[in-house]
Ligand binder design. Sequence first.
Ligand code: PHE
Length: 338
Amino acid sequence: MIADISIIKQNIEQDFATIKDAESLEQFRLKHLTKKGTLPVLVESLREIPKEDKPAIGKLINELRQYVEATFKEFKENLEAEESSVPLIDTSLPGRMPLKGHIHPIKKTLDTIISIFEGMGFTVAEGIDIEDDYHNYEALNFAEDHPARDMQDTFFIDDPRGDILLRSHTSPVQIRMMKSHPIPIRSIMPGRVYRNEALSARSLAEFHQIEGLYIDKNVTFADLKGTIVAFAKQMYGNNSQFRFRPSYFPFTEPSAEVDISCYLCSGKGCRICKHSGWLEICGCGMVHPQVLKNCGIDPEEYSGFAFGFGIERVTMLATGINDIRALYENDIRVLEQF
Ligand code: PHE
């Protein structure tokens, strides 16, 4: 028996010498290690050995088994290490340029607007998206039954506190600023706003606005006009024409809307401007005395102006994209053009 074991060992050693790849490794495993393989059969044969020889023979078999298993494992690991060090990259192929991300057109517009207003001494402030009726409407002079509330289809939130909503414009940030900051206030307030609108090429239910607010002594409508035109010339170029049209917002008096000459037809009239030659860019006005009072500011002593832009609108004008949805579909073929 002892002689048998040493022959088996020799055979196994010869077979070890043939292992050179995954296939020969597997051949070895099938021949020696699986259930019907040399080693398990040898271990099994221990049963037939007379009792008195068992300890000695058992020890030999056990040593052989340990040696074979350890050596097999070593072969296996060496082969695996070799395989993983085989280069997976064919360095002779031409290189592929990694895609470099870039700033989204909406963020780009926002950054440009912010830097223009910062150049005029405005700071940037932010409010909150989930507002209450007081800040979004009441303090802005929208009485409870004010029809102007219908101008902005509001998303209300089912909340035990009641009157909680997704802000329909950035104007509630004006209220928060006037209540918490000392005068003078000269800030712009960008953010997301929400309206229950049907989705179309011109409108989305979620979009961005940027609010502007300037409160100090002796602020006049001329300051408002000068600021907006100075901004718009930097944004759209010196040759753009502007017009202020009377309008209505409950929180400004007087109120106006500002139009810019159409970027596509330079005012001659085309599809984009609906043949009027003009595109609306913002709402604005002098802060209503009642709104100042609501925020604890004396309208006899102070005055101010406010304005609000839709950022998607400005982006569409700047990029020539004429379907607002294209700004949100994240189609790389569209976005990488800007
Ligand atoms: N909040 C107004 C809107 O969403 C825009 C606006 C802002 C008008 C500030 C006047 C002053 O339509």
